[in-house]
Design a protein around this ligand. Structure first.
Ligand SMILES: *Cc1c(COP(=O)(O)O)cnc(C)c1O
Length: 307
């Protein structure tokens, strides 16, 4: 087994961004096993840690990161424990459990669950961070290798930012392929805008509270490396509302019959709404990062209640 991720589809969208001059390409990582791009970086990191002797893995994410660790552990034949707080939805626990991982539900919030996961890692299990690890970035970089291998040279890459792991990986992928000049549009929802906040302050600060429904973008502070990249690479930050992100999900669903989380819908919204920075770009590549924290009913409910 070479990698735990797949070479995902790269398709042109004639509809999303039809208000823009350029061509819009979707790199559909929603099709990855475990439903998001995290199969790349987390898959790669888990693989490397197991090669280096790890006998068990532990995560404290009840979202796509925890699911990616559970998936990787199953594929690598190694036990995984995912510690999640009591606020975690049953569906998320079931999905992680279905990958064969043990799920421990403990603590009132993430920091309490995380503290327990840290204890477990002291007993020998390798802790897998959701975004802040060079091995994860190295794995995420494969998304750029695939796009370039397909013969497409982007004029801009559009992606969503939570803690900035995907961002670090995409920059690494561009650099290692001699495309360090390709700019990035980094999209967040208002209320999960830790990257924009750091950009604006020109300081590695975070936000106090996550108020966006795009929980997969909900890192209060971005990775230090992501902050450093602001000075090293052309990265333009952009925010959309939760409502726009939800509309972005519906746009992808209606136009391409693919369902994703609002964390991903945010990037699609930036394109669909014709964000200024994209206006003169010829080949616009959107990383359709995916996410399993969504159902048709949930999307409908958001559409009705989020204004
Ligand atoms: C993890 C995740 C993100 C954010 O990725 P970071 O590496 O934390 O910036 C965005 N969208 C989805 C669907 C995710 O699972």
């Amino acid at each position: 087994m070479k990698y735990l991720h797949i070479n995902s589809p790269l398709i042109e969208s004639l509809s999303i961004g039809n208000n823009l001059r350029g061509n819009v390409w979707l790199k559909v990582d929603a099709m990855q096993p475990c439903g998001s791009f995290k199969a790349r970086g987390i898959g790669y990191a888990c693989q490397k840690y197991v090669e280096n002797g790890a006998k068990a893995l532990v995560s404290s994410s009840g979202g796509n990161a925890g699911l990616a660790v559970a998936y990787s552990g199953r594929r690598l034949n190694i036990p995984v424990t995912v510690v999640v707080p009591k606020t975690t939805k049953k569906r998320a626990i079931d999905l992680i459990g279905a990958e064969g991982a043990s799920v421990i539900v403990t603590g009132e919030d993430w920091s309490e669950a995380h503290a327990h996961a840290t204890e477990l890692s002291k007993e020998g299990a390798k802790y897998i961070h959701p975004f802040d690890d060079p091995k994860i970035w190295q794995g995420h970089a494969s998304v750029i290798d695939e796009i370039l291998n397909a013969g497409l040279k982007p004029d801009v890459v559009v992606l969503s930012v939570g803690g900035g792991g995907l961002l670090c990986g995409v920059v690494e992928g561009l650099k290692r392929n001699g495309c360090g000049d390709v700019p990035i549009l980094a999209v967040e929802t208002i209320g999960a805008d830790s990257f924009s906040t750091a950009c604006l302050a020109k300081e590695h600060i975070g936000i106090d509270k996550i108020t966006s429904i795009a929980t997969s973008l909900g890192a209060k502070k971005i990775a230090k490396r992501a902050f450093q990249l602001i000075d090293e690479h052309e990265i333009v930050n952009h925010t959309v509302t939760d409502k726009e992100a939800i509309d972005g999900c519906f746009r992808l669903l209606d136009d391409h019959r693919i369902m994703v989380e609002p964390a991903c819908g945010a990037s699609l919204a930036a394109v669909a709404n014709g964000c200024d920075f994209l206006r003169e770009k010829l080949n616009i590549v959107v990383i359709v990062c995916g996410g399993v924290g969504v159902t048709m009913n949930q999307l409908e409910e958001w559409r009705q209640h989020v204004t």
